[in-house]
Design a protein around this ligand. Structure first.
Ligand SMILES: NC(=O)c1ccc[n+]([C@@H]2O[C@H](COP(=O)([O-])OP(=O)(O)OC[C@H]3O[C@@H](n4cnc5c(N)ncnc54)[C@H](OP(=O)(O)O)[C@@H]3O)[C@@H](O)[C@H]2O)c1
Length: 274
């Protein structure tokens, strides 16, 4: 029971990967702080964590809800302070909130590129920066960021999203060296396809949200429960970086050892822009 009574703050806990993490951590009696923008969805997750659904056993610790918008960078120091006040410490911060993007560079408004960076990159770095003083004072802590395999495997039609996830590696790899003397760990988790709402919540080239569509793209992807097990394994074992997914995971070593092959293959790839 590694996570028993550990204070874990999850952003993007109202849906998908963050929701799955909340359920698995609740089963392990972690002390949870759940954040996202939609309070009613956070309430639903909180209720399920407490055992009101088949998805979770009865949890001893009641999760707290702390609504936030990671794109509102100026609000984050105050949110971090509020999070610390809840249990008196923050052991693990999971920077999971994120947004997808779809569209070709030539069509995509620069404001959309900026918005994706704001949510997926500047949000996590501002929140981490706000939490670090508390972890440094504790002389312990674990900063986790949910990247993506597309943070290692750029694909046409997903430039904004790929760029935001690539950028996380530069920042968090550098941070790891800075905070090591304070006993703080940094883990970057890179999922492949997981069954969530990411596609329908993705921003299109004109800045509109894609919305629900019937699609087959995530048909063979993993569930949020399976995903949560991978993420918690990476945290528990103190991985610096951890990739998981289906067959797509094996493209990472292919690109590493045969970059020319990868480069040629993606020339043929035409992912839908909507
Ligand atoms: N699903 C996949 O295949 C996959 C693969 C690799 C990586 N990921 C990453 O996993 C993370 C979670 O995505 P998901 O797949 O679970 O998608 P999702 O179902 O769309 O969930 C996204 C979560 O992020 C929150 N969020 C979005 N913008 C936010 C903002 N400005 N401030 C605060 N919270 C915000 C959403 O909550 P509100 O709307 O309530 O704010 C929601 O809880 C993302 O970082 C994503 O890039 C996903």
């Amino acid at each position: 029971m590694y996570f028993q009574d550990q204070v874990v703050w999850i952003t993007g806990a109202s849906s998908g990967i963050g929701e799955g993490l909340a359920y698995t951590l609740a089963q392990q009696n972690a002390k949870l702080i759940l954040s996202a923008r939609r309070v009613e969805e956070l309430e639903r997750v909180k209720k399920n964590c407490a055992g009101d659904s088949a998805q979770a056993n009865v949890a001893a610790n009641v999760p707290y809800i702390l609504p936030l918008d990671v794109a509102d960078l100026e609000s984050l120091p105050q949110k971090a302070n509020a999070a610390r006040e809840i249990f008196g410490r923050i052991d693990i911060l999971v920077n999971n909130a994120g947004v997808g993007s779809r569209g070709y560079v030539v069509d995509m408004e620069i404001a959309v590129q900026q918005r994706v960076m704001q949510v997926n990159y500047f949000g996590p770095i501002a929140l981490t920066k706000a939490v670090l003083p508390y972890m440094m004072e504790q002389k312990s802590g674990h900063v986790v960021v949910i990247g993506s395999l597309t943070g290692k495997l750029p694909v046409p039609g997903r430039s904004a999203y790929c760029a935001s996830k690539h950028a996380l590696h530069g920042f968090f790899d550098a941070l790891r060296g800075e905070v090591h003397p304070y006993g703080i760990q940094v883990t970057i988790v890179c999922p492949g396809f997981v069954q969530t709402h990411i596609s329908e919540n993705s921003l299109l080239a004109d800045g509109t949200t894609r919305g629900p569509k019937t699609h087959k793209e995530h048909r063979r992807s993993m569930t949020i429960d399976e995903s949560a097990k991978h993420i918690l394994y990476a945290i528990r074992t103190g991985k610096e970086e951890y990739d998981y997914g289906g067959i797509e995971k094996w493209v990472v070593p292919i690109r590493k050892f045969f970059p020319w092959l990868y480069s040629r293959a993606i020339r043929r790839l035409r992912l839908p822009a909507s």
